[in-house]
Design a protein around this ligand. Structure first.
Ligand SMILES: [Fe+2]
Ligand SMILES: [Fe+2]
Length: 196
């Protein structure tokens, strides 16, 4: 997709989420988009793709369980136990499909970044890491120590992603929640890459 196409679809998605999401979620999406655009510029990824994936990542957050389950069936991946127990967690997979079907987004990196933003994936690329990170440490996310956040943001992309994942995993552990297999695999993959 060229820059003009990316900007055109970004405008459409922006209007769509303005109508669909409650104001707090809309504002979160914009903050994720802005942070993702900045990180893309720093890590040699097209910033317009970061903005689009950021603005789109939660576009299906208000969808009903039944619709999410129907949508997610179409991407060919099995439903995990965690997704079955809480279909709202399919909102990333559903958004990637909606972007492809109704918004003519063809860029696989943008689609995968949206698809993987909740759990991550061992197959994730740099844009995917950026959206994963931006979603979890955008400036208004509560409960993040500002010093830790600054340390994360001043690291290289893989170190930053590892730090954010470790924070997310300990947060889940503290709440007694399960960590998805893809999250564990992605973290392992990143750590192995660093030890090479
Ligand atoms: Fe999300
Ligand atoms: Fe989000």
């Amino acid at each position: 997709m060229n820059l003009e196409q990316l900007q055109e679809v970004t405008e459409k998605v922006n209007l769509y989420i303005l109508g669909m999401l409650p104001p707090f979620r809309y504002k979160h999406s914009v903050r994720v988009a802005v942070l993702a655009r900045d990180l893309c510029a720093r890590f040699a990824v097209e910033p317009a793709k970061g903005y689009l994936a950021g603005i789109a990542h939660d576009m299906c957050k208000t969808a009903q369980d039944e619709w999410l389950l129907n949508m997610a069936e179409k991407d060919g991946a099995k439903l995990t136990g965690i997704e079955k127990s809480k279909p709202a967690l399919l909102h990333g997979r559903a958004a990637a499909l909606l972007l492809a079907e109704d918004f003519q987004v063809t860029d696989p990196s943008v689609l995968n970044a949206v698809r993987y933003h909740t759990f991550g994936s061992p197959d994730i690329d740099d844009l995917g890491k950026i959206i994963y990170v931006a979603d979890k440490i955008e400036p208004k996310r509560p409960d993040i120590d500002p010093v830790l956040r600054e340390r994360m943001l001043s690291s290289d992309l893989d170190t930053m992603t590892i730090m954010v994942m470790e924070m997310t995993i300990s947060y889940l552990a503290a709440k007694g929640k399960k960590v998805a297999k893809n999250t564990k695999l992605m973290l392992q993959h990143l750590q192995e890459g660093k030890n090479k």
